[in-house]
Design a protein around this ligand. Structure first.
Ligand code: CTP
Length: 396
């Protein structure tokens, strides 16, 4: 991605250097544009050294800066795949919302057709001021994106909203906004289940499985990046991806209820969760004490989430399930496809512990037509993107 990083004058400008370094290391081309005030907080030399790219600005007095802003604002506006403003100041928000442009960065912001992401950072009262909020609403109305400032202790000593969002969260928003959108996925609402479920025996003991939930979380991320509106029902402890509406659940019952609430408004589901098939018959209110003699745990079946959603699906809704198989992969997956009324099953070979926690993984899609070419082996983030691209291609 060709990212234009605009840095106006705010105390959080130094964090833009971290962001520039992070995204450059990921292989993106990052070009920074400093305003006059921005250059008082961070130097062009720092940014040029971190990005390996020239730094642009309107001050010809500094040798590392390119001298002619007159044509550059159009060139750079056309060059960028995405423009991010970090930290977004009240001044630049106000100028852009009102069509004012008196330096390189503000002219680029009016001239570019690329998506624009603002990461505001300012004093709590300034951020809350109706004039600033009005400008934010106006820019939102132009289709420009925002990553909300965080709460915390601000440089001015006040506590509240106005702190620049975490650098990783801004990077995540940039990746999402700058990713290639897939027309078959874009604007679709997709439900994703991820993670293990936990079935409690008593307040301190639980039955669960070895799934971390990373495949489902990566799928949610890849679907978001492809342009889908993603709703994630998440078990386990992994953090939810930025920009993905998430509800956290513990048990299979809770996961079912959360899915049922969202399912009618969804176009389809990827069910990547490792749902416990059984739960203890009774959950003891107090910690169970050990006793003499044989101890028996009585288990009952949990609801099958996919099968339940499949039974209530409306025309046009699709369901993709996962299957962890250690033998007779195709036969078992095809039986699951038919039994649960699915459109596809992605089979994960878990023989000898493969698949769980593995760095690289392979998934074989199976549809009514039989097994298709395997996806992978890839690391899970790349595998998730391959699954989404494969599913988008299936929609034609
Ligand atoms: N699944 C579900 N609800 C359950 C169990 C599984 O929605 N109670 C979903 C999983 O998210 C996955 C698919 O069903 O997408 C297959 O899960 P798996 O446990 O492999 O299949 P089972 O039908 O439980 O069959 P078996 O345990 O016999 O392999």
């Amino acid at each position: 991605m060709k990212l234009l990083l605009g840095i106006p004058g705010g105390i959080a400008a130094y964090k833009a250097a971290d962001l520039a370094r992070l995204l450059t290391r990921e292989g993106h081309t990052v070009r920074c544009v400093l305003t006059e005030a921005g250059s008082r907080f961070i130097t062009p030399l720092t940014l040029a050294s971190l990005t390996g790219e020239p730094v642009f600005g309107a001050n010809p007095a500094l040798p590392e800066w390119r001298p002619s802003p007159t044509v550059e604002h159009i060139e750079l506006a056309r060059w960028a795949d995405l423009v991010a403003i970090v930290p977004a100041t009240a001044d630049l928000l106000g100028k852009t919302a009102n069509g004012l442009a008196n330096d390189l960065l503000s002219t680029i912001l009016l001239a570019t057709k690329a998506p624009i992401l603002w990461a505001p950072a300012m004093n709590t009262q300034m951020w809350a001021h109706p004039a600033v909020q009005g400008n934010v609403a106006r820019l939102n109305g132009f289709g420009q994106a925002f990553i909300e400032p965080a709460e915390g202790l601000l440089a001015c000593g006040e506590e509240g909203s106005g702190k620049l969002a975490e650098v990783e969260a801004i990077a995540e928003a940039i990746r999402a906004l700058g990713a290639l959108k897939l027309p078959a996925i874009q604007e679709k609402t997709v439900l994703v289940t991820a993670g293990p479920t936990r079935e409690d025996l008593d307040p301190v003991r639980t039955l669960t499985n070895r799934s971390s939930g990373s495949m489902g979380v990566e799928l949610a991320r890849a679907l978001r990046d492809a342009g889908a509106k993603v709703k994630l029902v998440l078990g386990g402890d992994l953090p939810a991806p930025h920009g993905v509406e998430t509800v956290r659940v513990r048990s299979a019952e809770e996961m079912l209820r959360a899915c049922q609430a969202w399912w009618p408004s969804c176009d389809g589901i990827f069910a990547a969760a490792a749902v416990a098939d059984q739960r203890p018959e009774r959950m003891a209110a107090e910690k169970v004490k050990k006793t003499e003699g044989p101890e028996t745990l009585s288990l009952i079946r949990t609801p099958d989430i996919l099968a339940t959603l499949s039974a209530s699906k409306h025309p046009g809704q699709w369901l993709v399930g996962f299957a962890a198989e250690s033998e007779h992969h195709t036969d078992h997956a095809q039986a699951k496809l038919a039994k649960k009324g699915l459109d596809a099953v992605l089979v994960n070979d878990v023989q000898a512990g493969r698949g769980f926690g593995a760095v690289e993984n392979t998934l074989t899609p199976i549809t009514a037509e039989g097994p298709l070419a395997p996806l992978g082996p890839h690391p899970k983030d790349q595998l998730a993107r391959a699954v989404v691209a494969w599913w988008a291609a299936q929609q034609h």
